[in-house]
Unconditional design. Structure first.
Length: 301
């Protein structure tokens, strides 16, 4: 099961009724955060989740509304006596940007490891997450992220018995290990069926619509996508500043055939996002405006 929480839904600046966009997930005791704007700590506290198990922080890009909450978060994690390493993933320049922000958080009891993205698409596997970063189109280098929890094929007892594989090895093979004994080699494919459907969440903000977004989100259980503007007269502004409208996001969701879409990263001028959903639903029916703290538990089908 994957817990997903949209901590905040605002773009550009936090508001009294809307925190800046950030996403947090929990899987098997490991938490992952995407972006860390001002107020992210408060949002996590309000949700009742913990900072300590955050093992990975992904950054879409380095505009302040996506990273300015990081120094405070690091200090809080340090004060909680964390010692485990923290992995940060983001576009080129990540280590330089983070170290600059750490001027006010210079001493931490845990190491930080950096993974700087440079390719159009890159995949990292850690703590049960398959993280795929894909480049989007903003006015600075920016990435979206797809998070997947992969699921192995079903264990086939009859195949294992027919292959005369000792039962003491079954559990290890089921968990992907290769086992050798007395000159014989047993591999997982000897006992496992084809991979089963896992869990998939795609998240992107600060971008124009691109084909790669639809490809990355293909058949996602949940697609969280920026809808900076909902007003029809803001389409030219969206193109100028490399953002998306509600309707462009809905078109991507329809093209990707996702199960559900939440809109996020709203302009500070946008109020009552729900009032614009009628036209959005004409393009993609299972769409809704995100709200701060909205969460869902996604399980294997």
């Amino acid at each position: 099961m994957l817990d997903v929480c949209l901590l905040g839904t605002g773009g550009m600046m936090p508001l009294p009724y809307r925190k800046l966009t950030a996403l947090m997930t929990r899987y098997n005791g490991h938490n992952l955060l995407i972006d860390c704007g001002e107020g992210t700590q408060v949002a996590v506290k309000e949700k009742g989740w913990s900072f300590h198990p955050i093992d990975v922080i992904c950054f879409t890009h380095y505009h302040a509304d996506h990273i300015s909450g990081l120094p405070g978060l690091l200090l809080t994690m340090g004060n909680a006596e964390r010692t485990e390493p923290l992995l940060m993933i983001g576009p080129k320049g990540l280590e330089r940007v983070v170290n600059a922000l750490r001027t006010i958080a210079p001493e931490l009891p845990f190491p930080i490891h950096f993974y700087e993205l440079s390719q159009k698409e890159e995949t990292i596997r850690i703590h049960g997450y398959k993280i795929t970063a894909f480049r989007v189109q903003h006015n600075v280098i920016c990435y979206g992220y797809t998070l997947e929890i992969e699921r192995k094929g079903k264990f086939d007892v009859e195949r294992a018995a027919a292959a005369d594989i000792p039962q003491k090895f079954w559990n290890r093979l089921q968990h992907g290990e290769t086992v050798e004994e007395s000159g014989r080699t047993f591999t997982p494919d000897m006992v496992l069926g084809p991979p089963r459907r896992g869990i998939k969440v795609t998240y992107c903000t600060d971008t124009r619509p691109t084909p790669l977004i639809a490809e990355a989100a293909k058949h996602a259980d949940l697609f969280i996508c920026e809808g900076m503007y909902a007003e029809k007269d803001k389409e030219a502004k969206a193109r100028q500043y490399k953002h998306m409208t509600f309707y462009e996001a809905a078109s991507l969701a329809a093209r990707a055939e996702v199960s559900e879409m939440w809109l996020t990263h709203f302009s500070p001028s946008l109020v009552h996002a729900e009032n614009y959903m009628k036209d959005v639903h004409k393009i993609f029916a299972n769409a809704s405006p995100g709200t701060d703290g909205r969460s869902v538990e996604l399980d294997f089908i």
